[in-house]
Design a binder for this molecule. Structure first.
Ligand SMILES: [Mn+2]
Length: 338
């Protein structure tokens, strides 16, 4: 954030504001962690603050401090709309295009509030009065820490805020192992532990919550995995019938896509998950090194994200989607074998 933006934000926050904080649709640990930490911070500063999530999120995030304050746009629609319409300031966290909030998009577009974006995804749209965008950052949570630091108020970070920020940094960095994890990330995380984030307990809350059916679903996913050594690619498919058979709940397939990358020589991994209700195949893409899944998802599957982690979708059947994917892959042989 440049110094003009910092001055602007300081001046806005020096008056009591009505603030709405919005994560992206299907919020993950970084989206919820950043929203809930910023919520705690702004509440302390005397503002009227609400977090409005476009839809529900997984159970393994519902233990997070301040979770009870979250308004679900799908379940509590009139209240959510009222909060957004009455807001003087809207923070959008961990996304950079209003299409990322699904059904909420129109309501946000019609809102009279000024927007402040804090986000680390590529190619931000131009909708905010203040855009704090940095694609080199590990996570939006690290940026929220920086944001509070820019305001000179890290002493306001309490144990609950530290816990929320730690959770988002941990989940978005694959537990501090992705390339975007910098020495500064580790310094921030160290500060958060000093401020009361219980790193071991947080890890257990997020990762040690398997149900027997989820582990069985992982077994199905792994046996469905197709490995294409000539393209250094591995992909997994899961149909709606398979999800139903193993009592699928939101979040159950989290992390499945990464197994492909643990194979020696594989640098491109995908998972295709059927969602019969939405009539789509949801796609998660991961890579190691310079192969950009952001560009791949943008070019072919109506999505995007980061160089090494992106999402996309297909409106065709699973069979058609996989067949199209295999055709597209042929044109990437050189890029995958540099
Ligand atoms: Mn993120």
């Amino acid at each position: 954030m440049n110094s003009a933006d910092i001055t602007t934000v300081k001046s806005i926050l020096s008056q009591p504001q009505k603030i709405a904080i919005i994560p992206h649709r299907n919020p993950d640990g970084d989206a919820m962690g950043s929203c809930l930490a910023l919520y705690g911070f702004l509440k302390k500063k005397g503002h009227t603050v609400h977090v409005v999530a476009p839809n529900d999120y997984p159970k393994f995030l519902k233990w997070m401090p301040e979770n009870d304050a979250v308004i679900n746009f799908e379940r509590e629609n009139p209240k959510a709309k009222e909060v957004i319409n009455e807001a003087s300031i809207i923070f959008t966290l961990d996304f950079n295009d209003l299409s990322r909030v699904g059904q909420m998009e129109q309501v946000l577009k019609e809102a009279s509030a000024d927007f402040i974006m804090i986000d680390h995804h590529q190619q931000p749209s131009d909708y905010a009065m203040v855009t704090y965008s940095d694609v080199t950052m590990s996570s939006t949570c690290e940026m929220v820490y920086n944001f509070i630091e820019f305001l000179g108020e890290t002493d306001q970070i309490d144990a609950d805020m530290a816990t929320n920020l730690y959770t988002g940094i941990m989940t978005d960095t694959g537990s501090f192992k992705y390339r975007s994890t910098s020495s500064k990330t580790h310094r921030v995380v160290a500060e958060l532990i000093d401020k009361g984030a219980d790193n071991m307990a947080i890890h257990q809350e997020v990762f040690d919550t398997n149900s027997p059916s989820r582990l069985h679903l992982l077994g199905v996913a792994l046996s469905n995995m197709v490995i294409l050594p000539e393209y250094r690619t591995a992909y997994i498919t899961l149909t709606q019938d398979e999800l139903d058979q193993y009592d699928f709940k939101k979040g159950d397939t989290e992390g499945f896509v990464n197994y492909g990358l643990t194979l020696e020589g594989i640098i491109f991994a995908l998972i295709f998950i059927e969602n019969r209700e939405e009539g789509i195949i949801k796609i998660s893409l991961r890579s190691i090194g310079d192969f950009s899944v952001n560009e791949f998802a943008r070019a072919h599957f109506n999505g995007g994200g980061h160089t090494n982690a992106a999402g996309g979708r297909s409106e065709s059947s699973m069979e058609e989607t996989i067949s199209r994917f295999n055709d597209i892959l042929k044109t990437y042989k050189d890029k995958l074998n540099p």
